[in-house]
Design a protein around this ligand. Structure first.
Ligand SMILES: *Cc1c(COP(=O)(O)O)cnc(C)c1O
Length: 401
């Protein structure tokens, strides 16, 4: 089918839920993508922080092929070997003692919200259910997770929302303390707000939140759906802050591209769930877990990739800061590891479109923030190629003004 015909049928047969670019991707390898007309692109979006190992990493592909020949799905009525192995590997490499598997970030956060409410019923006297989250946060698109998300644009069309959520400005520990009442059971935050414009909190923020939660007997839930699996230069972003959460959610990069989510917790928190409290038909299925295990092993091998992510992140930010020196309309460059935002003083969407036309897949969020989340395997040469292209696009804009 021709590209035009494919796009025409895409518009005809699919719900109109995405503002899609007129591109059909058909193949990927490492940093590269190819479209249905054979054009090559460098991918600085990674399917939104999913393909941390690049596209079609051979270890993930082989794990999927092997598992697909053995067993694709049974049911969580039975023990599943790849699920056990992935849970064990995640626990051995994090604060967590136990894992619940699901299929997406929103579902992982649903599990965390339900776990916090049940934990509160059993351990906090039965009167606590409120969860404090941050303004400009993003926790998913289900009813509970749009409620947790502190942004009205995701909520207004779908009210009434779920009761029991309170929002505070991100990065201000005093605001969280002021928001705690005798109804509060948990504080739920992204370590770095990604969708909300790549917002990095002050260094002592999570230390203060951990101390506050300990003092008041609250659960600290970290949404590491986007920051987890090496993205920020540590396997999990909480490692930057010298604290441990009680509950953490993962998805995006967890499956090396396969659809999987997870809610991780300490024994103490996880004990609140008993058989029948929560479940997912596909959650932790053999195929997704085999991909997840292969991906985690590849990320951890020699510690090479995560170290490279930290180094490339610093290099990338340094190069973007040079552009900031040159162009008055660049307001800020911020982020950690390979989760980097560049705030402009105008709508970033045309820049994304121009970059795509030049063969670079990038993204914008919150209107004016360019977001860069390349695979962790990105090289200096590839970063240079994008920065040169951005330089040219910005130069053109300068002469336009
Ligand atoms: C993407 C994202 C989600 C939602 O994940 P889905 O898999 O799209 O449901 C939740 N939290 C954060 C921080 C995210 O970046």
């Amino acid at each position: 089918m021709s590209t035009d015909k494919l796009i025409e049928e895409s518009k005809k047969y699919l719900f109109n839920t995405y503002g899609r670019f007129p591109v059909v991707f058909v193949r990927g390898r490492g940093m590269k993508l190819w479209d249905s007309d054979g054009r090559e692109y460098l991918d600085f979006l990674s399917g939104i922080a999913v393909n941390n190992l690049g596209h079609c990493h051979p270890k993930v592909v082989i794990a999927l092929q092997k598992q697909a020949q053995k067993l694709i799905h049974v049911s969580n009525y039975f023990h599943i070997e790849p699920q056990i192995k992935l849970a064990k590997a995640l626990c051995q490499n994090s604060f967590a003692d136990r894992v619940f598997f699901c299929n997406s970030g929103a579902e992982a956060n649903e599990a965390a919200i339900k776990l916090a409410r049940k934990y509160a019923k059993e351990n906090m006297g039965g009167q606590r259910y409120e969860i404090i989250t941050a303004l400009k946060s993003f926790h998913g698109r289900t009813m509970a997770t749009i409620t947790a998300t502190g942004q009205e644009k995701f909520q207004t069309a779908f009210t009434p929302l779920l009761p029991g959520f309170k929002y505070v400005p991100f990065g201000d520990a005093g605001a969280v303390r002021d928001a705690v009442t005798d109804k509060t059971c948990a504080v739920m935050m992204e370590p770095i707000q990604a969708e909300g414009g790549v917002n990095v909190p002050p260094d002592d923020y999570f230390g203060e939140l951990r101390a506050l939660c300990d003092e008041k007997g609250l659960l600290l839930i970290l949404d590491e759906v986007q920051t987890g699996m090496g993205r920020t230069g540590k396997l999990f972003a909480y490692e930057h802050f010298g604290i441990k959460p009680d509950i953490m959610t993962l998805a995006k990069a967890l499956g090396g591209g396969a659809a999987i989510g997870a809610c991780l917790a300490t024994d103490k928190a996880a004990e609140a769930f008993s058989p029948g409290d929560h479940a997912s038909t596909f959650g932790g299925n053999p195929l997704a877990c085999a991909a997840g295990l292969a991906s985690l092993e590849a990320i951890l091998e020699d510690g090479w990739l995560i170290g490279s992510c930290a180094r490339m992140g610093e290099y990338f930010a340094k190069e973007l800061l040079k552009l900031k020196e040159k162009y008055h309309f660049i307001r800020d460059v911020r982020g950690r590891g390979l989760l980097i935002g560049m705030e402009l003083d105008f709508d970033a969407a045309p820049v994304v479109r121009q970059a795509l036309a030049e063969g670079f897949v990038i993204n914008s969020t919150m209107g004016s923030v360019l977001r860069f989340v390349p695979p962790l395997i990105v090289t200096e040469e590839e970063i240079d190629a994008l920065v040169e292209t951005l330089d040219r696009i910005f130069e053109g804009r300068l002469h336009h003004d």
